[in-house]
Design a protein around this ligand. Sequence first.
Ligand code: 1QQ
Length: 375
Amino acid sequence: TLMLVLMLCLLTACGGSSAGEEGSTNSNGGTIQAKIGVVSYLTGAGAAYGEAITEGLKLAQSEINEQGEVNIDLVIEDSAGEAEQALSAAQKLMNDEEILAIIGPTLSTEFFAVAPEADLNGISIMGTSTTAEGIPEIGDYVFRNSIPEALAIPTAMEKAVERTGAKKVALIYGNDDVLTKSGFDTMKKTAEEMGLEILTIETFQKGQSDYNAQLTKIKNADPDLILASALYNEGAVIMDQARKMGIDVPFVGGNGFNSPQVLEIAGDAANGLIVATPWFGESEDPKVVEFNKKYEEAYGKLPDQFAAQSYDALYIYADALKRAGEADRELFHEALAETKNFEGLLGNFSFDEIGDVVMDVKVVEIKDGKFVEFQ
Ligand code: 1QQ
């Protein structure tokens, strides 16, 4: 009988081990090898977003590879925050047959250029920082683990209005960026739904350095609250100039403000910023404490929301890869779409049926030069 079992074993690759399968495994005991392409905003005015994102990814990569079940190789390309450069970077990655899936790009503006191509090619793509309306709707292969503005902004606005009793608001937004426009749409719609009086709507462009005209109108309108949809550079300069002009009301910002760069650039002028985020660095969750420690050891500074999101994203990919059993684009896509109740730094995470996020959002504010929980 023993002989028979052994013979059957030989014939049927007994034990179900996938160690012999081509392409997906190596010789040391079934570790699944995979190459993940990353497109990130690494140079230019918003490079701190991409820096945090790639740092989070690399930290997760080293932990995941050490655990040994999967071995991830990251191929990182710079997009410089430009949709065209993001697309050519992604095309280069997608032409490499070994690339299993993509993470990024950083900005929604870039993501809208890249994700339709990835979707057409049957390559899963996940944004870790893309929060504009309509991202997962791009296609079946398109995911994100970042909280949409449509969810984050109303949460921040409701809390801000509840505490300040604000009735009149002024809006300011960048009208040349997908995210800042989308954030503005949500702010305006939410203000209308909440019955707030909109006193004025001002616009600006990327790289603008003088906001005197817009802020003068806002100051004269005398709002209780300013709703600002901007990336960190413009957002921080706006706050700085507003405070210098004597505008001292709180600001409610969108996801662009979730970078420590706002504090770096605006200093004390950033006090009074209210913003929603899935990340709270001072959480006592042991996972967060451990992550902060490891991140600080590796990079000499504490992580931000963008680092936490990308760190979770790579774990979500690794988890899907394990369930897929091999580095196959189709199997990976199926496994990824089934991600449910993943426990990450940002709490419990699932994809809904279109690949958007199901997770909790918190509201924080900058007080005395630091992000604290909004009470
Ligand atoms: C987007 C964003 C930016 C703030 C990412 C850095 O949320 O472009 O969607």
